[in-house]
Structures are given as C-alpha cells and as structure tokens.
Design a binder for this molecule. Structure first.
Ligand code: FAD
Length: 488
C-alpha cells in the first residue's frame, strides 16, 4: 500500500479543470470537466489512509472515503463504486454539490501542511463511470413484502428513503406536488452545478425498480394526510422548506422585485424546455438587466450566476457581512467572482427605490436598491460577528431586477395537512423523536429540511436512509404484534 498510497508528499492536489470563463458565462453546462482515469487514480493515491479518517467522521453519511480512494488508486473502480454506493444514495450528486471544503476535504488530516486529498471530484468520477458501465441498477427487491409506505416529497430525503425501502421489498408510493422528481435538485439548484440529466436518470431507475410516483399531487389539497395514513402502513414526510424570508419596508411592493426560488425555478424549467410565461415575458429573466441579489448564501450565489448566464448587463450581490463571514461555500463565491459578479460586502438593503406611479397604475418598477454600509462588531454567543449600520453611509445601486435570497422557513404543515396534532418546533419545523424519527402521530415519520430547517442534500439523504431503517423496524414490529395477538 505504501507505494500506491501516501503520495501527497510527492503529488500536489488537483481538481478537474474548469471550463473557460467566457464559455461558462454563455451556457448552463456544468463548469467542471470530468477527471481522466489516470488523474482520478493519481489524486486518490494522495490519501494517507490515516488511522482516524476525519473525512469520514465529518461526512454526514460517514462515507468510507479512504476505502474507495484506495480502490480507485488501484484501478478497482467497480468495487470503489460498490463501497461508495453502500452508504450514499446519490454519490454522483454529492460529488457535484456537497460543500466539500466544509465537510470531507476541509477535515482531511494532510491539510495540516499539504493540500487536502481531492474527494468530491473522485466520488463523481467513480459514480459517473458506474452509470456509463451499467453498474447502477434499479432498486429491484429479491422478494416483495405485503406492506406499503407513503412518502410525501420526491426530494433527496424522500428518494433516499424510497430506494432503501423498495430494495427491502416494500410497496413504495411517493407523492409530490411538482410534475418532476428531484425536489430542489431539479427546480432549485441550477444546471451549472448539477445537470438535470443526472437527476432524471435516477427517476427512470426508480420507476424501473417499481417505485410508484404520484406527481402533481399536493398533500393537503389532492389527498389528505389522514387518507395516506389509512392507505399505507407508514408515512414519511420529506417536504422541505419553501416559505421565502421577505424584506418588508419602503418600496418592497415595486415591480421587478422577485423571490429567489421563483427566479431559479423559472430558469430551471426554461432549461428543461417547459413553457414559462413569466420567463418569456421577462418578469423572471435577467437578460439585459442590471440585477441586484440580496443575500449571501448558496441560493444567492446560484441567483447571481444564473443572471450572468441569462445575459444580465450587470450583477451585484449585496451582503451585510464580509466575505469571511458568508454562509455560502467559498468555492461558489470564487466561481461567481470569476464569472464577473460584483460583491458589495458589508452593505444591507434599506429600501427599494423606483419610478412610482408609472404606467400600469401599480406602485411602479424598481430602479435601485438603497443600501447602508455596515461594520462588524463583537461576536455573539454563537461566535458570529454582529453587524451594525454606519450612520450617513447610504448609497444606491441602480437595478431593474432585485432578487431576494434571504433563506427559507417551513410552511405551516399542521394547517396545510389539516392535522393539528402534527407537532412542530418553535421554528415551525416538524418535531420528531430523535432516535425513531417518528412524530407524535403513530406511523408518521419525518426528515430532511422539514425537520432540520434549510440544510444540505447530503443531510436529507442521511435522514431518508435512517428513516427507512426506522420505518422498516416499526412496520415489522406492528405486523409481528398483530400476528402474536391473532395467535393468542
Ligand atoms: P426538497 O428537496 O425541498 O424536496 C421536497 C419535495 O417535497 C419537493 O419536491 C416538493 O415539491 C415536495 N412537497 C412539498 N410540499 C408538498 C406537499 N404538500 N405535497 C406533496 N409534495 C410536497 N444543498 C447542497 O447540498 N448543495 C448545494 O449546492 C445546494 N444548493 C442549493 C441551492 C438552492 C437554490 C436551494 C434552495 C437549496 C440548495 N441546497 C443545496 C439545499 C438542498 O437542496 C436541500 O437541503 C435539500 O434539497 C433538502 O431535501 P428535502 O428532500 O428535505 O427537500
């Protein structure tokens, strides 16, 4: 092993090449090229196979990263894929969009003195190869079970649970209010991070494996939670968080101020070939416009980079803290800077200005965002530096389209599902028993963003997989109890 691994002392870290910036700006294709086989093997061989693999410890799925890196270094790709897929439902997706700089790669031990091992790009390479070679199979069970599970939400949380339960033989029914499978992976995250074909081919595999999808079906409107509980032996809620945080105040009713997810969904739908009237009319299209995006998270980065690709005249990101305090991935900030996005750090919006009373009789169109400069103060209890406005520092950034990307809160599910007994926390997320993942309603489980609040795909996968184990145990225990009662 020593010869093949531990090569970090000899080899520098490399990531797959990025496409040329001018080309990136003009289309929605993914920006990273694929590793060649020898480059993937070479980069994998940099792993030190350390005794306590912090990459694995800090991965929400505890992926056996050193094992599949070693197998890749040895050219044993099919085995590498088996090991990687054993703990992760979508390794090719995590390889593309996980913030590795904060998780596995950010905790690699060789980073103390050398650059970390390249993990995400190798993970993507292994699974893309597995798809190419036909090693990825539909989740066809060895034997069918008589029990069925209803899953609400076809995002990564719901799908991870669906796949695991189907492999065990359950009759799995997934309900989603959208017309496509994938949740935020299909309509939130843009193509340049995750091409939609990658998500759509999973959907096809799941149908081939016998998972039933009920699309355009909003639970609470088209079917009730109570009906699903009647229909199925257990229900898993993985509905995500979709209530956009808003900016109230002067000018917030002007035209041309839109919510981030409406904007990104329109762009993703357009890229999928759907007719999108608000995109065609220009209401949700940045072409030729001066755009200001308010916010500093991953959603804001996706908006600014989408606007660049739509041909915006200028794109500015307005964020009230500085770069070091941004919640989004630094890798994405760097990509945005390369693509020509301007950042107004330490600046918070104060008001939207516009040509009030213009034709149309409404409040008029936005023509600028008035912002005030902020300064960073002492850290609060969480360690994050507080911000305060600098008096007399107001300035205005001209804009024709303002996009609000301030994060998401949960919808009121007890009301939407007409189920007041569904327990929620003070943040509106669903409350589950931390070990069983069950709510106070017997047989109703929950996971993903609707429990954690806005989080990451990898955490939703983790929850879906854990919930599948808990649902399996619950349904079998219930069936066992019934048999025992019948036998008495
Ligand atoms: P979701 O993916 O939100 O899926 C929930 C599903 O439930 C949806 O399909 C929805 O239609 C459905 N649903 C909701 N209510 C109902 C109902 N009443 N009836 C039927 N169906 C319903 N994470 C990363 O790891 N990396 C990234 O780069 C990244 N980028 C992001 C960019 C954006 C713009 C956004 C918004 C999020 C991003 N995230 C990213 C976060 C990630 O997408 C989420 O954490 C993850 O998708 C949550 O998974 P989930 O299964 O809990 O919910």
């Amino acid at each position: 092993m020593a010869e093949r691994m531990l090569q970090f002392v000899r080899l520098s870290q490399a990531q797959p090449e990025k496409r040329d910036v001018a080309a990136r700006r003009s289309d929605f294709g993914e920006i990273y090229r694929e590793f060649a086989a020898d480059a993937a093997a070479e980069q994998s061989s940099r792993c030190s196979q350390c005794g306590v693999p912090f990459c694995s410890v800090h991965c929400p799925l505890n992926n056996n990263i050193p094992d599949w890196l070693k197998l890749t270094a040895e050219g044993r790709l099919e085995e590498a894929y088996e090991v990687s897929a054993a703990t992760n439902t979508f390794p090719e997706i995590c390889g593309r969009i996980c913030p590795q700089d904060r998780l596995c790669e950010g905790n690699c031990v060789i980073e103390k003195g050398f650059e970390s091992v390249t993990i995400g790009a190798v993970e993507k390479y292994i699974t893309d190869t597995a798809w190419e070679k036909g090693w990825v199979k539909p989740p066809t069970p060895r034997q069918e079970l008589p029990w069925s599970v209803g899953i609400i939400g076809a995002g990564p949380g719901g799908l991870a649970a669906a796949e695991k339960l189907r492999l065990r033989g359950y009759q799995v029914h997934v309900y989603d209010r959208y017309d496509r499978v994938g949740g935020l992976m299909i309509y939130g995250i843009p193509n340049f991070k995750l091409e939609k074909e990658v998500v759509l081919r999973r959907w096809q595999q799941y149908e081939a494996g016998g998972i039933h999808f009920h699309l355009n079906c909003a639970v609470g409107q088209d079917v009730t939670l109570a009906e699903l509980r009647e229909r199925h032996d257990a229900v898993f809620i993985a509905t995500g968080v979709y209530k956009a945080r808003d900016i109230e105040g002067i000018g917030s009713g002007l035209g041309g101020i839109v919510a981030a997810l409406d904007y990104l969904t329109a762009s993703n739908r357009d890229n999928l070939g759907d007719a999108v009237p608000d995109f065609a009319s220009g209401a949700l299209n940045a072409q030729g416009k001066r755009v200001v995006v308010v916010g500093g998270g991953d959603t804001a980065m996706d908006c600014v980079r989408t606007a660049v690709r739509q041909g915006a005249a200028a794109v500015t990101c307005l964020y009230r803290r500085d770069k070091a305090n941004m919640p989004g991935s630094m890798r994405e900030v760097k990509n945005a800077e390369e693509e020509g996005v301007e950042f107004a750090w330490l600046a918070a919006p104060e008001a939207f200005v516009g040509d009030a009373g213009s034709a149309g009789g409404g409040e008029g169109q936005v023509s600028g965002v008035r912002a005030v400069r902020m300064h960073l103060g002492l850290p609060d209890a969480t360690g994050r530096q507080q911000v305060a406005p600098i008096p007399g520092s107001a300035f205005t950034i001209p804009c024709d389209l303002a996009i609000k990307a301030l994060g998401f809160d949960p919808e009121d599910l007890p009301r939407a599902f007409d189920e007041p007994a569904l327990p929620v926390t003070r943040w509106g997320t669903l409350r589950v028993h931390h070990r069983t993942m069950m709510t106070d309603l017997p047989g109703v489980f929950a996971g993903g963003d609707i429990v954690r609040g806005a989080s990451l795909v990898v955490w939703a996968i983790r929850d879906g997989r854990d919930a599948a184990d808990q649902i399996d145990a619950y349904v079998k225990a219930k069936a066992g109890n019934k048999l025992a009662v019948a036998a008495e």
